[in-house]
Ligand binder design. Sequence first.
Ligand code: PEP
Ligand code: MG
Length: 599
Amino acid sequence: MAPEAWPQNKVLKGIAASPGIIIAPAHVLADRNRVQVFYRYLGSRHQVAEEQERFREAIIRTQQELSRSKEAIPEDFREHAYIVDTHLLILQDRLLLDETLRLIQEETINAEWALKQAVKEAQKLFGQIADSYIRSRVQDIEDVSERIMRHLTGTNPSSFTNFKEPVIIVAQNLSPVDTTQMSLERVQGFITEMGGKTSHIAIMAQSLRIPAVVGLENAVREIDTGYTLVLDGLSGTVIINPDVETMSIYLGRKKQFENFKAEINRSSFLPAVTLDDYPTRILANIEFQDELDLVLDYGADGIGLYRTEFLYLRQHYLPTEEELFEDYKTVAHIMKPKPVTIRTLDIGGDKFASYSQYVHEMNPALGLRAIRFSLKEQQVFRSQLRAILRASAFGAVRIMFPLISGVQEVLAARQMLEEIKAELRQEGLTFDSQIPVGVMIEVPAAVMLADLLAQEADFFSIGTNDLIQYALAIDRGNKYVAEMYQPLHPAVLRMVKHVVDTAHAADIPVAMCGEMAGDPLYTPILLGLGVDELSMNVTSIPVVKRIVRMATLEEAKEFANQVLQLGSIDAVTSLVTNFMARRFPEVFMFGRELVNSNY
Ligand code: PEP
Ligand code: MG
């Protein structure tokens, strides 16, 4: 029986970061003694050198501490050693090291205060980055600076005890390096006040398959060590000292979730065939070669979208044809005989390489991006086409052009492809002369011209991320209009139907590779509309496959027809949610949370 003063059944809401339900006692890590720093001028110039020296020593001690942590990482945790490496690199980074030394010198302030200012500056810089994942990486700088700060001030880092019982760790913040120092066999869950869906702790918890809730304000104040907690990493809910009834509800939910997870993972390798024997294909979207292990693990039927921007963005110069060729060849070879759809460069828009001259567009989403960029910068395009064609000798490679808005662009791109084929023949290099060429349907103009484009393409792939943005005039990255970014908008659904019907009349298949394809809520509609292939983030594959295998084509068609009769998003949404809750209750309950994480 809990003491009187303990809160009972108190519900806290945070961000669901790693799926799963756990009931266990809390272990609160005190607020890690966040170091307080007070402003202080240095009395004299010679103190500047002393202060800089003190800072350099703190850096060396932090380096030694991190290197020791890295060595102590247990074997089955080795894949996370890169996080320690990242922290070691940050120690040398200009933003922290040079900037702190400069501030000590120029403002004659003490090392702690200078470091604090340098971190603030870095936070400001990162705050301006559009990409939420990269923006959130400022967390690494904060973690490292806190370590340095402890060495500067001589504060002891909180030590992580070897827990004797299973516990849920509650902390203000947890760096992955902290987690490497815990006895993880006893850690059942994580709750942190800081962090978002893409924070390291979220990613790490997912890969360890430990449920987690992050961004839960005041967790450390509300929860005491020893409290019993329900942690629901599917909905982001934490319940403090649940009563018997709540406990039994969550135990039931936990069991149901675990059965569901086991079932979808088991069936992930089975073919994506409906109950009435209609075969469809579920493929994966990738951005890096490293994802191929997961692609194979999740039973994908191939790669439906290989986004190729990474090799162009990661360095300060253009990749060579050889670099591209080696990369594409490896992917084609590993996936063989399954298809690999390589999308040509979609640079521009919000993705510009630092060496590009086109960084100052007023309206980049409507600017020189994707195929427009490639047709303008022909040398860049040629070298990519050569690399793709050469890689086609090593597997089932398809090529696909992004952001096509008219027939001329396809003809120009195809002509260049033909020229390069002739070049390669002359050079005696082998390639697949019948390489399928696809057109991405991402612009409303392409929808309207689907009949003409179909004459010039071997397949279509609908990129709903952009199609929705351009059809509804909603910036896909703008949080103020995010609510209006609606795949179930009747205009979007009609566009999909038109593209599919037109392509089928011309006898070519249609894939979909935008995020819409991987959301299980839409699977029956897309099946019913006749989309032939769905390509998605790997983690969506088991759930989407499960729906396909539980559905019939006939019911999906009938359902899609009903949906197409409706004229408002609200009407469509309510029909879809009712249908899903009735027909696929477990997928409806757990599926969408699962697809957003590794599990
Ligand atoms: C899309 O627009 O749906 C798509 C798949 O391409 P990207 O998200 O890379 O623009
Ligand atoms: Mg796109």
